[in-house]
Ligand binder design. Structure first.
Ligand SMILES: CC(C)(COP(=O)(O)OP(=O)(O)OC[C@H]1O[C@@H](n2cnc3c(N)ncnc32)[C@H](O)[C@@H]1OP(=O)(O)O)[C@@H](O)C(=O)NCCC(=O)NCCS
Length: 412
């Protein structure tokens, strides 16, 4: 990409991020970019000094920067400035289900169909360099890397109302709108949430968690094939199972062959050590009101006042993922797990707990959240090549959504 003006030449170079030289400028660009729609309030992220943090837990990842190089001519100075960046990662996930028998005579069982999926996140262009084609250039270069590494599809998640981002991907980069999951956000109160005494909550070992997830969730869309590395990651604070109080737990194998009538499972991911968020643009009145509710909640916790934590300065969050279960009271059990997770987030001094569920998921109604903090995410997908077989799923872009999706916490 080259432009000439006066005696000088301006070139935009896309290259790999170098932590030794680029970190300072990348952080400046990051902090100048709001994420989400332009409204009265905007959401900013602080990546805690590690711009790769949101992809580094994936099996393969890359971060690129866009650098503007101005050569003023006459053998004079050359100036360089980083003005944009993009992150991407690749992993294998479930994209559909096929039915097959393990051996002749066995019942037909649903089996996952996997695909290599790439994910684009953290696309940012400095406000002073927008509408110059830099965003598109970053996406195209990232897609080249995806293709070189065998990814079959690429997807992005953006706020439905983020017009620049939606337009860039759907109108200019060949993505189509795919799924509309809901991000459910709940503030962490100063008081604890009650957890019903009908349930017992068990913390599972990563091996027990893996077995339950693989046997019961591996046909869920977006289920990561390397679930074991997700569960063993130090950011995973645990996988929790809610069972009836009197249930005798003796391991996943026994549990799966003879489960109780009702149960629910959930894992907690510590995003707080990866990034912080901050809501900017609130009026003094709004901030004052939030502060007052908080003080009252802290002084009189037994009143259980719904109060807003300090979201107008940097705050951390826990993400709840891998939610599911079975039985007529399963959503009630899931709600108990939510109360438990809220209280864990309170101990860890988080500002909010968040989860993301499919728009069709019955959990959407059961999981407590504040509408004012929650939003609909838009996932857009692109097929990166036409030269591989469609397999038993066909073109994933055209498939019907299932009841649930498995949201990978590494990409939240
Ligand atoms: C989204 C963003 C990366 C776009 O970067 P950019 O370098 O300005 O994008 P480009 O110049 O390559 O624009 C490409 C296309 O995107 C769309 N687009 C970009 N900005 C737009 C805007 N403000 N309004 C509507 N469409 C817009 C247009 O289709 C544009 O093509 P056109 O200029 O021919 O009309 C940038 O606005 C940004 O950093 N926003 C804040 C962070 C963010 O929301 N990131 C996306 C999260 S996934």
């Amino acid at each position: 990409m080259e432009q000439s003006g006066g005696n000088g030449v301006r070139v935009v170079v896309i290259r790999e991020y170098d932590p030794k030289t680029d970190i300072e400028r990348v952080e400046q660009v990051e902090s100048s970019c709001e994420v989400g729609p332009n409204g009265e309030l905007s959401l900013y992220t602080d990546l805690l000094g590690d711009p790769i943090c949101r992809v580094r837990n994936s099996p393969a990842y890359l971060m690129l920067v866009a650098e503007v190089i101005d050569d003023v001519g006459d053998n004079e100075r050359e100036t360089k400035e980083i003005v944009g960046m993009i992150r991407g990662c690749i992993k294998t996930v479930t994209c559909g289900t096929k039915f097959s028998r393990a051996k002749t005579g066995d019942p037909v069982k649903p089996m996952p169909v996997f695909t290599k999926l790439a994910y684009i996140l953290g696309l940012r262009v400095s406000p002073f360099h927008r509408r110059m084609g830099i965003g598109i250039k970053l996406v195209q270069r990232m897609e080249e890397w995806f293709g070189d590494n065998g990814a079959e599809y690429s997807y992005i998640a953006t706020d439905d109302a983020n017009e620049p981002s939606v337009s860039l991907f759907t109108e200019k980069c060949g993505y189509s709108k795919f799924r509309n999951p809901s991000v459910l956000v709940h503030p962490v109160f100063a008081h604890r949430l009650p957890v019903s005494n009908r349930v017992r909550i068990i913390k599972l070992s990563p091996a027990d968690g893996e077995l339950i997830y693989r046997r019961r969730f591996s046909t869920t869309e977006f289920f990561p094939r390397d679930i074991d590395s997700v569960l063993k990651n130090q950011l995973n604070l645990g996988t929790f199972l809610a069972v009836p109080r009197k249930y005798n737990w003796v391991g996943s194998d026994k549990f799966l062959s003879d489960p109780p009538e009702n149960w629910a499972i959930m894992s907690v991911w510590n995003c707080k050590d990866v990034f912080k968020l901050e809501v900017k643009g609130a009026s003094k009145l709004r901030k004052g009101f939030a502060k007052t509710t908080r003080i009252l909640d802290r002084v009189f916790p037994f009143l259980r006042l719904p109060s807003l934590p300090k979201i107008f300065s940097p705050f951390g969050l826990h993400m709840l993922y891998g939610l599911g279960g079975s039985g007529p009271m399963y959503t009630k059990y899931a709600k108990d797990l939510f109360g438990f997770a809220h209280n864990l987030a309170k101990e860890c001094k988080c500002g909010v707990v968040a989860t993301e569920v499919s728009s069709e998921d019955p959990l959407k109604l059961a999981i407590p959240h504040w509408k004012v903090l929650s939003f609909t995410d838009l996932w857009c997908i692109k097929r990166l090549g036409e030269d591989y077989s469609d397999g038993s799923v066909g073109d994933w872009r055209k498939s019907q959504p299932g009841l649930s999706i498995f949201v990978d916490p590494r990409e939240f």
